[in-house]
Design a protein. Structure first.
Length: 116
């Protein structure tokens, strides 16, 4: 069975977000933003999983669009964490690059499904 690229990428991204949240809680004593980025960042992969298990094309597209919106929200929280100096620029840039890549893939999936 071939690995699903978006499934693999969003799972790895979720793991990074979980570690980030733990870091923010334990090292920075930042709980509110840590919870926000944890919620939205892990939701991306969860919605991709739901989409893959969807029963119809419409359901698949709906879940992928939720994953896209959650990725956009995660991008916002990451930018906010970087701008408020909770995240080192190098780490923030790495996470933002991963998030952008996921957004591009999710956007492409949505366009492809809509055009078929």
């Amino acid at each position: 069975m071939k690995d699903n690229v978006i499934q693999v990428k969003t799972f790895k991204f979720s793991l990074r977000i979980v570690r980030l949240s733990r870091h923010l809680n334990e090292k920075k004593s930042e709980y509110v933003l840590a919870k926000q980025v944890l919620r939205s960042g892990t939701s991306v992969g969860a919605n991709v999983e739901e989409a893959i298990g969807g029963s119809t094309k419409k359901d698949f597209l709906y879940k992928m669009s939720i994953a896209y919106r959650e990725a956009r929200e995660t991008k916002y929280w990451l930018r906010l964490l970087m701008g408020s100096d909770y995240l080192e620029p190098e780490l923030a840039t790495s996470l933002l690059n991963d998030c952008e890549e996921i957004l591009k893939i999710l956007g492409s999936i949505q366009k492809t499904v809509k055009s078929n």
